[in-house]
Design a protein around this ligand. Structure first.
Ligand SMILES: Cc1ncc(COP(=O)(O)O)c(C=O)c1O
Length: 401
């Protein structure tokens, strides 16, 4: 008999289906399009090694000491300037350095969600955000959308009565998992709807720098600074192992997020913050991101061509203009989760779409990452996917009356 009694919130913490798939996908010989990882080849290893050496030569004892919960001052200044250049009204006092933007999601959940309170999410949305919010026991309102993102009418229809919907969690740029980007007009319309409905916004933007065709429009937070918490990350543009992200919060909310951060981990590792500041301070990031864009664009193009060549008729997708993912809807009769064992047996892996929905989702959807395989491997992997799907559809055709 266990002496432990679990808290009620733990009932809403579940093993991630994606992690289980990734374990299987790591088997030798499997071409995995399942991961959400950036390409390790994109990590600026030399620049980070040099920056580590500089930090240890110049300020080793400060770097290894406890540090301020708000974050390392020069890095906060740098983030504020970068956000201001994107059109945001950002002062360094409103920047909180977080241990990945994933921690930003947890802090927002901790400060804003009461058990039973409504939270609006896209349908589908980032699975990790659902995992971060779930322990705070929200009731999710799924925002209906189209290829341009959530519909403003879906915001208007959210629960208004006090205390109302706590926030709408939105991913305007190259969303995980669908890859779609919100056009300028949709951003304006969503912000107007949110202002009218008094629904604050949590804007998550880890992929905004990874555009391959044209730079995305200005963030939602630039349109409604006092009503938006903006989350950013160094994971996709430097390296996720640094666990470095940031949030920009309205003045009214900042103190509570800071207190939640203090309780969570006192501060984000000061050493990592100083290293990243050393890396980015002289304009390195813009030069570096340009190389990632060139690399990922080639891989995106390879996947776009391979999907056209190999997927069965009536499959649907749109080539993303940035980010790391294609979102595919399979023809009728194909269940992405049910077909995964066939795919793994044939030597490829993808993520079925269902876990990305807060409510019942579309079982015909799946997510493919294009950033960790070479263009050649992408072609081979998508060819195998096409074969698995066609074999399944052919077998169905044979048993059909
Ligand atoms: C949409 C989105 N938000 C947040 C995160 C978390 O990123 P990190 O904590 O590494 O900054 C991810 C990671 O994949 C993501 O896709």
């Amino acid at each position: 008999m266990t002496p432990w009694s679990l808290a009620r919130r733990s009932a809403r913490m579940n093993p991630s289906l994606i992690r289980e798939i990734l374990k299987l996908a790591e088997r030798p010989g499997v071409l995995s399009m399942a991961g959400g990882l950036p390409s390790a080849d994109s990590f600026p290893v030399d620049a980070i090694a040099e920056a580590c050496a500089r930090v240890m030569a110049q300020a080793p004892r400060q770097a290894l000491q406890y540090a301020a919960s708000e974050g390392y001052g020069p890095l906060r200044d740098w983030v504020a300037q970068r956000l201001a250049a994107m059109g945001l009204r950002a002062s360094a006092e409103q920047v909180l350095i977080t241990s990945g933007s994933q921690q930003g999601l947890d802090l927002v959940g901790k400060v804003l969600i009461d058990a039973g309170a409504p939270v609006a999410v896209e349908s589908p949305t980032y699975l990790g955000a659902l995992q971060a919010f779930n322990p705070y026991e929200p009731i999710y309102a799924g925002l209906a959308g189209d290829d341009e993102g959530p519909l403003p009418g879906a915001i208007e229809a959210l629960p208004h009565d006090a205390p109302g919907t706590r926030f709408a969690y939105l991913l305007p740029n190259f969303q995980n998992p669908t890859g779609r980007v919100l056009p300028e007009a949709r951003r304006d319309a969503l912000v107007h709807a949110a202002q009218a409905a008094r629904v604050p916004l949590v804007e998550d933007n880890p992929y905004g720098d990874l555009w391959y065709d044209e730079e995305p429009p200005a963030p939602l937070a630039a349109r409604w600074p006092e009503g938006t918490v903006y989350l950013g990350s160094f994971s996709k543009v430097l390296a996720p192992g640094l666990r470095l992200g940031y949030l920009l919060a309205p003045e009214s909310l900042y103190p509570k997020l800071l207190q939640a951060k203090q309780a969570a981990d006192l501060h984000t590792p000061g050493f990592n913050q100083r290293v990243v500041y050393e890396v980015v301070r002289d304009g390195f990031l813009d030069r570096h991101v340009a190389t990632i864009r060139a690399r990922y664009r080639r891989q995106r193009d390879a996947m776009a061509a391979a999907l056209v060549a190999h997927l069965p008729a009536l499959s649907h997708w749109r080539a993303p203009l940035g980010g790391m993912f294609f979102w595919v809807r399979l023809p009728e009769g194909c269940d992405a989760l049910g077909l995964l064992p066939n795919a793994l047996a044939a030597g490829i892996a993808y993520v079925p779409g269902l876990p990305f929905y807060a409510h019942a989702g579309d079982p015909r959807t799946l997510r493919l990452s294009f950033v960790t395989l070479s263009p050649q491997e992408i072609g081979d992997g998508v060819a195998v996917l096409g074969r698995v799907l066609r074999e399944h559809l052919d077998a169905q055709g044979e048993v059909a009356p």
